[in-house]
Ligand binder design. Sequence first.
Ligand SMILES: Cc1ncc(COP(=O)(O)O)c(C=O)c1O
Length: 344
Amino acid sequence: MKLKPSLSTLKPYTPNPQTKAIKLDANEANYNINSYTIPSDITLNRYPDSLATSLTNKLAEKYNLSPEELLIGSGSSELLELIVKSFVSPNEVVLSLTPSFVMYEKYARYYNATFETFPLNQDGLLNTNAFLSTINQVNPKVIFLSNPNNPTGTSIKYEDIKTILHSTKALVVLDEAYIEFLNEDASMIDQINNHPNLLVTRTFSKAYGLASLRVGYLVTNKYLINQLKRVKTPYSVSQLSLSIATNALNDLNATNQYINMIKKNKTTLKDALSNINMTPLHSDANFLYLSTSFPLASYLETYDISIRSFPNHAYRITIPSDNELPILLKALKEIKNENKHNPN
Ligand SMILES: Cc1ncc(COP(=O)(O)O)c(C=O)c1O
């Protein structure tokens, strides 16, 4: 059986093989940032709590929300896909930015939607007025905005997001997977009842260092949550994952320490890259994005370090841990010392 025609050119999502000692290609935490104990009271013979009651209540308390304004999913990925699955009919438009998170296009295509993109400026910033014109032209049903944006690390200004929300009837999905590295206060979670078309997604995969658990959450008004609940696959998050994620919210010390380490190492790495004329964009996330004609990814592979390559000689480097940073800095310094190339 062949894939349906609309998916015939789709390529599998292929992360880099996990073979390098230092893995800076997937924006994960690079060590276990907390020591989690496996809860002993989990009954593996039973399905998990499909309503994720404890985690939902805990998040509702944290953000001063009603539990009915929250939905837990198997990573924010499940929730992003659920939005398209629930609200976008074939040939309707899903709009995003470019470059941005590659999965938005896939989700649009799974459901035969038309995927349109609007280009970010060279500096990774958004020309909001021009974007508003595109919104008018293409009349999207859903707009995905990764904020901060993967892979550039840049953010859209709070006021600009509000302007976008006001100027369209489309559902605006603010994917805040990396917002903790910017500032919790920059989140739009508290705006969901001021804008009926705003949905915010968050994840435990990044700042909480729990990518393996697959836990994410969506925050929006009760009406939209109820619609989404009618479509969502039940039991998509294991009880083990729900339980560990709930516990992670009880102790934010490890998360805060990790975020501080990322901020510190980001400054050091940014300076080192700028020193060899590979100045990255300003980043509000746990990675840096730069363009260079130097074959940076293959060079770093010889140091057992993997980073992510993008079209047009662009690279994304996840910020290393304290242990990894000196190894990366040494590798970068040797580019300069050995004058192996003329960095542009
Ligand atoms: C912008 C963005 N959104 C969502 C995700 C998905 O995260 P998860 O499904 O682990 O919550 C990622 C993962 O890299 C991401 O970069």
